[in-house]
Design a protein. Structure first.
Length: 233
């Protein structure tokens, strides 16, 4: 049981929560089910999880608030939101917090498992690779530790920030096609994922603004380009 991947599952609908937990167990996962946000935070503080699946509308503490608290203690923890809401503003709020994915109800259990597996493949695939360090102007970017360092200042990146910056670095001073980035990191190039990527590009620009030789520019109709001084490495 030690090598089972652990999921923190927070869902206030008791019947749906139990069905999801049983289905995930049948697929080889261990899912700890919590029915409100406060119970979810207590569970997260006590155990080590590989991914969190959080319902947005929960009693005592909603999913957005819980996600912010999880991010504060574990910036790179993968998070998927479950919600009946379809408002664009709500979905974008989830991505601004740092969600890796967002599933609107009703959804199939197969879809949830597919998205969980896709995120975990990316996360664990990164961990299993050799350490890759990029020099971006005055920045040192460690993709394995998810750290961006300039002088004596270190910034811990979220999983999505890390993946997107690594992709930009691998195409430094070249155009990174928008649809390629979406399909590589988000799997699907739909509207909400595209807006999510825009949010993360904005976050990365803020992280990189300490060096005026480094910037991420929009290439209209195509994608993005990371502008950085050429190195001999």
């Amino acid at each position: 049981m030690e090598d089972q991947l652990k999921i923190l599952l927070c869902e206030d609908d008791e019947n749906l929560g139990m069905l999801l937990r049983e289905y995930l167990a049948a697929k080889g996962y261990y899912a700890e089910l919590c029915e409100d946000g406060e119970a979810g935070m207590r569970a997260f503080a006590k155990s080590k999880f590989d991914i969190c699946v959080l319902d947005v509308m929960m009693p005592k503490k909603d999913g957005f608030t819980l996600a912010k608290e999880i991010r504060a203690s574990s910036p790179d923890m993968p998070i998927i939101f479950l919600t009946a809401k379809t408002m664009k503003e709500d979905i974008l709020e989830g991505f601004k917090i740092g969600a890796d994915d967002y599933i609107t109800k009703p959804f199939s259990m197969e879809e949830l498992v597919f998205r969980v597996e896709a995120i975990l493949r990316r996360v664990h695939g990164k961990k299993n690779r050799e350490q890759v360090v990029y020099k971006i102007g005055r920045f040192v970017f460690d993709t394995q530790k998810q750290l961006l360092t300039i002088d004596d200042k270190q910034t811990k990146l979220t999983t999505k920030e890390n993946e997107l910056l690594a992709l930009l670095c691998s195409h430094a001073n070249e155009i990174l096609q928008r649809d390629y980035a979406l399909k590589t990191i988000w799997i699907d190039d739909n509207y909400f994922n595209a807006r999510s990527m825009d949010v993360y590009i904005t976050k990365l620009r803020k992280h990189l603004r300490s060096d005026d030789q480094v910037e991420i520019i929009n290439i209209h109709g195509k994608g993005y380009k990371l502008i950085a001084p050429e190195t001999d490495e």
